[in-house]
Design a protein around this ligand. Structure first.
Ligand code: IYR
Length: 225
């Protein structure tokens, strides 16, 4: 390992009370994040989208290959095409491909084949996972943990969008092959998530869901207790 290729970690010690306060404030803010399907058509400054993409791109990732491409769209013609293609797939999914075990858990969430958010939201960000990369010798090589890497990056993007005061929705039209064709991405990239970003509609609503408690989601092996 080359010593010069390492730099000092930037890290600030914080008093425990501060850490607790920050931890709670962060949780309180995240607890207010909700996925809504009701987007306003109000425009959003491109710099906000750029900041969210940069935030997502700080994600830890396999071998630091940063295996993601974010395609940001503020283009009504393209959004209409995207919506038509997504709805065509979703009609097949909802009517033929979705088994009862799936539709029964979706029913309370009110999802359906109408993807109005794709044309209402001022921005659509499509996250593509890079399955391969060009090696320095010009050959194609694999990427590593690209799904995990992009999943983490999406989470950080979603957090950034929430933190700046906008809303997003993780839309997963299935299958997603049409996105590669429509957006002109190469074969080694695979669309993972479609995320409209914008302001919520004034009367936007969300399903009345409950989140699992700490006891329901976590198990501690803690010798100090
Ligand atoms: N992909 C469809 C269906 C869908 C699936 C799950 I799992 C959801 O949590 C929500 C929707 C869609 O995007 O509508």
């Amino acid at each position: 390992m080359d010593e010069e290729s390492f730099i000092q970690l930037h890290w600030t010690e914080r008093p425990n009370v501060d850490m607790l306060e920050r931890a709670k404030a962060n949780y309180d803010e995240l607890a207010l994040r909700r996925t809504t399907r009701h987007f306003s058509t109000r425009d959003v400054d491109r710099r906000l989208i750029e900041a969210a993409i940069l935030s997502g791109s700080t994600a830890p990732n396999g071998a630091h290959l940063q295996p993601w491409t974010w395609v940001a769209i503020r283009n009504q013609d393209l959004q209409v095409k995207l919506r038509e293609a997504a709805e065509a797939e979703e009609r097949k999914t909802y009517s033929q491909r979705m088994p009862a075990a799936w539709s029964e858990v979706l029913a309370p969430l009110g999802t359906d084949t109408i993807k109005q958010h794709l044309t209402d939201a001022p921005w659509i960000v499509v996250l593509f996972k890079q399955k391969k990369r060009k090696r320095p010798n010009g050959d194609w090589g694999p990427t590593y943990y690209a799904t995990e890497s992009c999943g983490i990056a999406a989470g950080m993007f979603i957090q950034a969008v929430h933190h700046m005061g906008l809303v997003t929705l993780t839309h997963t039209p299935s299958p997603m092959g049409f996105l590669r064709d429509l957006l002109g991405r190469p074969n080694h990239e695979e669309a993972m998530l479609v995320m409209p970003v914008g302001y919520p509609k004034e009367d936007a609503c969300v399903p009345n869901i409950h989140r699992k408690t700490l006891d329901e989601v976590a198990i501690f092996f803690d010798q100090s207790m």
